[in-house]
Design a protein around this ligand. Sequence first.
Ligand SMILES: NC(=O)c1ccc[n+]([C@@H]2O[C@H](COP(=O)([O-])OP(=O)(O)OC[C@H]3O[C@@H](n4cnc5c(N)ncnc54)[C@H](OP(=O)(O)O)[C@@H]3O)[C@@H](O)[C@H]2O)c1
Length: 316
Amino acid sequence: MVLRIGIYGFGSIGRLVFQEAVRRGYEVVGVVDIREDIVGRDAGVVAGIGEYGVEVSSEPYSLVDSDVVVHATTSFLDEAYDQLVRVIEMGIDLVSTCETLAYPYYRYPVLARKLHYEAIRNNVSVIGSGINPGFLLDTLAVVLATTVTRVYKIEAIRSLDASKRRESFRKKIGIGLEPRVAREKLGSRELTGHVGYAESVYLVADALGVELERVDENQEVVVENGVVKGIRGYGVGYSNGRELIRIEFHAYTGAEEYEEIRIHGKDYTVTWRSNGTLGDQGTVAVVLAIAEKIKDYPPGLLTITDLLPFKPWIEI
Ligand SMILES: NC(=O)c1ccc[n+]([C@@H]2O[C@H](COP(=O)([O-])OP(=O)(O)OC[C@H]3O[C@@H](n4cnc5c(N)ncnc54)[C@H](OP(=O)(O)O)[C@@H]3O)[C@@H](O)[C@H]2O)c1
């Protein structure tokens, strides 16, 4: 049977999801957004692939015929909460790119419990994922750690040339601003920078069954010739007084493109390195991979690492 997809949030990611869903032969049955310049227009035309026959609607009920909804409106669960509940109450499974939903128990423990309750009550699965957080610096690190007998420390770095990313991404990391202005905007949440350092650290820790003493996270603007060209940040999880999990994210114009994951073991160390992963397309690929499978997941609020069928061994 053809998968029927709904898209909640028709910005850069929602439109890419639409394009890929249509290309794969899924049926897109509803598209929701609040932007006045696109509501009422044909979603295919807005996404740049020609008439499709589904209008962008501001009414979430238009998603009612979906098997699964892909949600992509905001990075923050407190802003997304009501949107997610509207979908859950229609009895529809949900995968969201909301970064803080990838591991919601850290920043929003109360909302996470409420969401889990709503998901169970309506017998649907809800999961936050994407490329980062949700895959490259967390799920993949856990998968790689599985081949190491006694894991001692996990390090994961993602570095990308931000000039190749979508406009909304370049904007949120302050590219082109004066450093002082960018720092102020990052401080006041007007700009988010990258959201999800701690979420990735907790996803890894949770999958390893480790309770962390604390997690530190921070990010700084990268400046060249007096202008911001991106950000560099990290998240570090500590246990027993030492660094157990370190993830880093570098996103600035001209940065080398790679991911590197080092699984330090007591017996041996494994290093994995890529030549980079396209973030926007990668996000679409991950959320659609989940959408394909979500009907097989148990009901409730899940994290992507909950679904892994193994637990690596770690020496604290
Ligand atoms: N986990 C990951 O790896 C990952 C990867 C990619 C993106 N993301 C996150 O996913 C989110 C979407 O990314 P994007 O680049 O597509 O952002 P975007 O281009 O800003 O698109 C978001 C769209 O959602 C709309 N929207 C906002 N509130 C809404 C509401 N209440 N109901 C319906 N629509 C609403 C926005 O309208 P307005 O413009 O009027 O607000 C906009 O059209 C961002 O938070 C981004 O950080 C995560």
